[in-house]
Design a protein around this ligand. Structure first.
Ligand code: COS
Length: 379
């Protein structure tokens, strides 16, 4: 049976998040964007309503929510401010490798402490010379007694300067390419960890995006996840999971763009009547609405598959690609519906358009998503 209805509990979760996002995030979104300001206050309040660590199982101090529920939340956050959605979501992204590959002992050591407060994690995969090509990473890890020593630089790291815990990918045997990569949990206060300057971004400016530098960083050998040298797979499994959430935030941008355009079209009078009466505008609004619904269905399918324990590489790549492209298209169309006003900062749609662009780039470019889909088709 296919049932697209949310349970009463899920509907309440959506209402709770929407109410929170519209009260605490939307009113400050323009300011955070303008000032390129990260707001810890929002993190604190999001923690207080119990959603910050929502994807972590309850036994480890988290909310125990499913991927589908994570997608419901992410859409609401994305509709309020994609930059904030990005940094709240990056906490879950940073913790997912630990959830996938951590031993029960390591989870028990790190997760309850992290989840007890408004703490953020960060996912340190990308490097200056290793974006789409993960296996080209140059960060190394060397075993020394009962510790690993990590050296290297990660960049474009969301929460880079504000996280207290990093999941860090490093190669133990560079000559083996992706087969040498391991993933390590690294507390931010470990000696040798530092970060670079905050990146000055086109959009999603509320998120703290930086280089994170590891210079002779010693971590206990037990902080290595999985069996070791299986970090590439941990990264791919993490991205399979996280892409649905990122896609959901993109749906949020698209939905907010559509809502703004509909409201404006009903109010804006030209040629003696609201422009909503013009078929040229109506067709644009209809196409925008069709794309939003289709994107949400792909997101829910990808998240639902994950919740059923099925591999969802293809479906999460499809969702991420389609939702990212949808956010860009629908935000651009919203600017067009608002005309000259849409291009001004007095209305939120120019921000939606700038924020949407990143959804075609991060968490794997949309070209990489198409590659993943094609690989699955041609396997
Ligand atoms: N789940 C489990 N295993 C996976 C997997 C997945 N989703 N995808 C690939 N693998 C495995 C493969 O089965 C293969 O295993 P073996 O070595 O045992 O044969 C291994 O990983 C290598 O796979 P592949 O040859 O497909 O890797 P490529 O180097 O060709 O890269 C892409 C694959 C391009 C898809 C990958 O590097 C990628 O997703 N890049 C984008 C990274 C990204 O999203 N960066 C954004 C930063 S995070 S914000």
């Amino acid at each position: 049976m296919v049932d697209f209805r949310l349970t009463e509990e899920q509907q309440r979760l959506r209402e709770l998040t929407r109410e929170f996002a519209q009260r605490e995030i939307a009113p400050v979104a323009a300011e955070l964007d303008r000032e390129q300001k990260f707001s810890q206050e929002i993190v604190d309040k999001y923690f207080e309503i119990g959603l910050l660590h929502s994807a972590v199982p309850e036994e480890h101090g988290g909310g125990g929510l499913s991927s589908l529920e994570g997608a419901i939340i992410a859409e609401e956050l994305g509709a309020a401010c994609a930059g904030v959605a990005s940094y709240l979501g990056a906490n879950i992204l940073g913790l997912t490798p630990l959830l996938i590959g951590g031993s029960p002992e390591l989870k028990a050591e790190l997760l309850p402490k992290h989840c007890a407060g408004p703490n953020l994690a960060a996912f340190c995969l990308t490097e200056p010379g290793a974006g789409s090509d993960v296996a080209a990473m140059r960060t190394t890890a060397a075993l020394a007694g009962d510790e690993f020593v990590i050296n290297g630089t990660k960049h474009f790291i969301t929460n880079g300067g504000v996280a207290s815990l990093y999941s860090v990918f490093a190669n133990e045997a560079p000559e083996l390419g992706h087969k040498g990569i391991s993933c390590f949990m690294v507390p931010a206060n470990t000696p040798g960890v530092s970060h670079g300057k905050k990146e000055d971004k086109m959009g999603q400016r509320a998120a703290d995006t930086r280089e994170v530098i590891f210079e002779n960083v010693h971590v206990p050998a037990r902080y290595r996840l999985g069996k070791g040298r299986d970090g590439f797979k941990i990264a791919m499994l993490t991205l399979d999971d996280s892409r649905a959430g990122v896609a959901a935030a993109a749906v949020g941008i698209a939905r907010a763009s559509l809502e703004t355009a509909v409201k404006y079209a009903k109010e804006r009078v030209q040629f003696g009547k609201p422009i909503a009466h013009l078929q040229g505008i109506q067709f644009m609004l209809a196409d925008m609405a069709i794309r939003v619904e289709a994107a949400r269905l792909l997101v829910w399918q990808a998240a639902n598959l994950h919740d059923q324990g099925c591999r969802n590489s293809k479906e999460s790549a499809m969702a991420k690609c389609f939702a990212g492209d949808t956010a860009m298209q629908v935000a651009t169309d919203a600017v067009q519906v608002l005309g000259g006003y849409g291009y001004m900062k007095d209305y939120p749609v120019e921000k939606y358009m700038r924020d949407a662009k990143l959804h075609q780039i991060y968490e794997g470019t949309n070209q990489i998503q198409r590659l993943v889909v094609a690989n699955e088709l041609l396997r």
